[in-house]
Design a protein around this ligand. Structure first.
Ligand code: 3IO
Length: 338
């Protein structure tokens, strides 16, 4: 064969190969999320999409649906299991009782960051493989930063909470109840409207929503709490997962823990930004309980931990071991991150 033909022939072979292989392997996945774009669960979704698309050289395209346009807050797990979306992001606190093992993360364990709590949640999934997720593939996990109070009227001491109608979800609602407030349970995605219409007097969640959902406009008062965190999981339909080529699976598996840490670090930093914005642009006042009041609060809400243990044990879970592991990981990742 003439030497000058080698390159053109190789080029033709290569393009034929690409033409035959690439389209057959190109795939599109849908990813559902309940809160609006701009909130941290949707920011982490866009970041994950970008990373997967990059690491698969564009072979995988991910179409994202924030704001409940494909699946809502409470039917995320069911919707993904049934295949209405390929991937979905769910918040475990919105379905009390459905996640008996991982709900340990909603307890008042005094996490100091989303980074540490997200990495603990990741370890928890690796070691215990919670049964509630048997029907799906868990791609990554994360938690909110520690929750604080955002209110219309100031909460300067725990007594100010008496009878206040405050929005929360899951264990956070139990915490409000123990502190004498009146919890109103609803997902974050329903909260902007409830606040605007005056159906609630504030909420218990992480403070980056002051900026991302502009709650600074409705809640001129913040009380630092570090009450609990909200755990999330990004899950994929199992059949769709099993149908993925191995190298694509590997990309997603490799990303799982790294992305959990990325999300934690992103949202922890974002809380600081949101507080700065709220103080300077909306004149939001930031209150803190005294150390004596904090101890009294902890005493009132600590029994929730024992109650979780009893319930978990009754369901056949090694509750003591789980809690011991969580506390050990918490110590490890908190020290590592500070
Ligand atoms: C949350 C959920 C959606 C959008 C932003 C958010 N920041 C903190 C949370 C935690 C949560 O799920 C909730 O309901 O407070």
């Amino acid at each position: 064969m003439p030497r000058k033909l080698i390159i053109p022939i190789l080029a033709i072979c290569l393009s034929l190969l690409l033409a035959s292989v690439a389209p057959a392997r190109a795939m599109t996945l849908s990813y559902a999320n309940f809160p609006p774009a701009g909130t941290f669960p949707s920011v982490q979704m866009e970041r994950w999409k970008k990373e997967v698309e990059k690491r698969t050289d564009g072979e995988v395209t991910i179409n994202t649906f924030p704001g409940g346009t494909l699946l809502g807050a409470k039917n995320m797990l069911r919707g993904v299991t049934q295949g209405q979306a390929d991937i979905g992001n769910l918040c475990m606190a919105y379905q009390p009782g459905v996640f008996p093992l991982t709900s340990v993360m909603e307890l008042p364990l005094r996490f100091r960051s989303s980074r540490a709590a997200s990495l603990v949640l990741w370890e928890l999934f690796q070691k215990y493989e919670p049964q509630a997720f048997d029907e799906v593939k868990v791609l990554t996990v994360f938690t909110s930063p520690p929750s604080s109070l955002m209110t219309r009227k100031p909460v300067k001491s725990p007594q100010d909470l008496k009878g206040m109608e405050l929005r929360a979800s899951g264990s956070a609602s139990d915490i409000l109840d123990r502190l004498g407030a009146t919890p109103v349970s609803m997902p974050m995605s329903d909260t902007p409207e409830a606040l605007q219409k005056g159906m609630i007097e504030g909420l218990l969640s992480s403070l980056e929503v002051l900026l991302d959902l502009n709650f600074a406009q409705y809640c001129p008062n913040v009380t630092i709490g570090n009450f609990q965190v909200y755990p999330f999981a990004v899950v994929m339909n199992k059949d769709r997962w099993e149908a993925l080529p191995e190298d694509v699976q590997k990309v997603m598996l490799d990303l799982g823990r790294k992305h959990a840490q990325w999300t934690g670090e992103y949202v922890d930093a974002h809380v600081d930004k949101a507080l700065e914005y709220s103080r300077t642009k909306h004149d939001v006042a930031v209150h803190e309980f005294s150390s004596k009041e904090r101890r009294r609060i902890q005493k009132k809400i600590r029994p929730l931990i024992g109650e979780w243990k009893d319930k978990a044990r009754k369901q056949g879970l090694p509750a003591d071991e789980i809690l011991e592991d969580v506390r050990a990981w918490q110590k490890e990742f908190t020290e590592q991150g500070e």
